[in-house]
Structure formats: structure tokens, C-alpha cells
Design a protein around this ligand. Sequence first.
Ligand SMILES: Cc1cc2nc3c(=O)[nH]c(=O)nc-3n(C[C@H](O)[C@H](O)[C@H](O)COP(=O)(O)OP(=O)(O)OC[C@H]3O[C@@H](n4cnc5c(N)ncnc54)[C@H](O)[C@@H]3O)c2cc1C
Length: 383
Amino acid sequence: MDYFLTETQKEVRDLARRFAQEKMKPVRAELDRTGEFPHALMQELGELGLMGVYIPEEYGGLGGGIVEMSLVVEELCRVDGAAGLCYAACALGASPIICGGSEEQKRRWLPRLAAGELAAFAITEAGAGSDSSNVKTRARREGDFYVLNGAKQFITNGSVAKIYTVIASTNPARGARGLSAFIVEDGTPGLTFGKIEDKMGIRCSKTAELVFQDCRVPAENLIGGKEGHGFVHTMRTFDRTRPGVAAQALGIAAGALDEALEYAKSRIQFDAPIASFQAVQTMLADMAIAVEASRTLTYQAARTVDIGAKNLSAVASMAKVLASDTAMKVTTDAVQIFGGYGYMRDYPVEKMMRDAKITQIYEGTNQIQRLIIASELIKGTAW
Ligand SMILES: Cc1cc2nc3c(=O)[nH]c(=O)nc-3n(C[C@H](O)[C@H](O)[C@H](O)COP(=O)(O)OP(=O)(O)OC[C@H]3O[C@@H](n4cnc5c(N)ncnc54)[C@H](O)[C@@H]3O)c2cc1C
């Protein structure tokens, strides 16, 4: 299958594929069991230059875009959706700086991210989930600082990231228009980490509560230098990174298909490999069709972002929905093809099924994505 990738994109994909096979596969089950954050893997990804594939060259990156980021995420998640997420969440954290940061902010923070420092993005709060603009964390201007108070929850890479992009309200009376985006560095006095979640899947990724108590952030860390642009930065970020969530889901689905295919060829029942039974063959065929459809739409969404298209919300959401629903279905079918063994921790597909579920939930649930798609259709801006 030709995906019309450039030579550089193929090199990036192949490098990520080799890394995933050689470095991630041997440790994925243990990372899932212990829930330990994969610091060593992230450091190696930084050394290989893969942490900076989507960061412009002038800021120390490889100069690729969302296509390159998605290719890396897909390959990592094809082996381990959890460690792949640790990588993908850095792109989420970096995105508000890439698309909304001032020149000075880009020069200051992007080279560090390109070199492998971990990032995170924080908007969600107890009362601001799907209703993401209902942010209560407050940022009050005091001289050359903003003082942040409040709490964020469910933040991927929380407690391990060095750089957080945080959405807080500078003007509660203005609702979504009163939100602003800040860069908050780990170690800033007043930033602490609360509950670290115990999760069904993606277990080696850290999901943490961020607590801000009179946390003084220099005013120059206000992204783009303007108050009231936080929600716009968030929406632009999600449009750019939803293909990345799609790529994560696609990777998990493709990995489950790889495993199911191999198993079906080697498992003997009734004196024949189970791959010779038509009931199993049609399952494999349907899994492959869904994976390829997800890949096509995911790459299309990523390319739409990279060419700077104006109307990209619908295609980004479509890719996220299709790939994540596919990941759930394909991983469940992979467990089915493994039979009783699929249900056991000794085989990788039950982990893939647990890892897949979250892709239907975060960065906007699939219900919310469908609302976005419908709204773009009705406005006439879906294509
Ligand atoms: C493991 C994990 C990692 C995460 N990482 C991050 C992160 O890095 N940064 C960050 O900021 N956030 C993160 N999140 C938060 C995530 O984006 C939210 O959990 C998600 O957007 C849903 O919000 P909620 O959990 O409050 O669910 P709710 O909003 O309470 O939704 C509950 C249910 O109601 C449905 N629903 C809600 N409103 C509507 C509506 N209007 N129409 C139809 N259905 C609706 C939803 O689809 C869902 O099925 C993470 C979450 C998890 C679980």
C-alpha cells in the first residue's frame, strides 16, 4: 500500500518502527505491570531526534509537521499504546507554543522540547471535562507575574513533564473569552502534584492532578502575550493534535491486527491453523479494512493540518472517531481470535484492548467529536 509519503517521512516512520520493535517491545508488558513511567525510552527518543520531528528547524527540531508526528505515534503505539502516549502528550503540550507562542517564547522553550524535555497540556478540571471552557483555575495579574490558583485533573505526563501549558481564567466574567494560556515550568513554587490516577490501560503513562496554590508565573509566560486567547489556543491545539490521537488509536489497532494474524497462522485446532477457517478469515479481513480506512483518514487529517487548511476541525474529528472506534473493535476481535489465551496477561492483546478504550474518551469524547462534525456539516465548513 502506497501512502504517498516523502522519503524523509518514510525514514522517520522506519526509525520509529525499529525503535518500537527493538526497544519498546521487550519492556512493554513489564511497564504495564509496574505502571512505571518509561523515562529511559523517552530519553532515547530525544537522542534519536524523534521528540523534535514536529518542531520547526529554526527551533532545533527536524522541521516536520503533524504527518511526521502521527507516523511516529502510530509506530510507537503499534507496539505499546501507553509509552506511545507519553510521546504524543509532549506534542499536545508543545502545540500551543508552536501555534500561538511569540517568537521569544518559541526560541526559549521549543529547543528544549526538541531536545527531549517532556511537556504536558492542562485544561481539564473536575467541572471542566467535555464542557472544557468551564475552567475555574484563576490567573490574577500582580505586577510582572500572574498568580495561579486552582486544580487540573487527568493530566497526561503530569508530574513527569518539565513544561506545562496551562489554561486559566484571567477574566471569569468573560467565560471562554476570559481564558488565557500559560507556560508553567516544573519546579515553579506553588505548583504541586496531587492524585496520580490508577488506570484501566495506558498504565505506564502518568495521569496526574496539578495543584496551583499562589503559583507565581512570570508575565512573559503568557502564551502569545495576550490575555483572553486561551480557548482559541486550545481549539487550534486540538485541531492539530486530534490526528495524533487518531494515530495512537490506529497504531493500537494495527498492532492488534499484527498479533492476531500471527497467532491465527500458528494456532492449531481441528488439525489446521485457525487462519484456515473462514469465520476467522472474515474477522481478519474486516479488521484489515477498518485499519486501512483509519490510516487513510488519519494521514488525510494530518496532511490537512500541515498544508495550513482553514477548515480542519471536521476532518480531525472524523479521523479521531473512526480510528478510536476501530481500535476498540479491532482489539476486541483480536482477543476473540486468541480465544482464552487472549484474555490472559501472557499475551499482548488484552493490554491493547485496555489501552484502546481511552482513545474514545480523551481530547474530546467521541460523542463530542460527532457534535463538532455535525456542526461543521450544518455550517457548510466540513470540506
Ligand atoms: C487517561 C486520561 C488522560 C487525559 N489527559 C488529559 C490531558 O493531558 N490534558 C487535559 O487537559 N485533559 C486530559 N484528560 C481529560 C479528558 O480530555 C476528559 O476526561 C474528556 O474530555 C471527558 O471529560 P469528562 O471525563 O469530564 O467526561 P464528561 O464531560 O463528564 O462526560 C461524561 C459522558 O457524557 C457525555 N457528554 C458530556 N457532554 C455531552 C454533550 N454535550 N453531548 C453528548 N454527550 C455528552 C460524554 O461524551 C461522556 O460520555 C484525560 C483524561 C483521561 C481519562
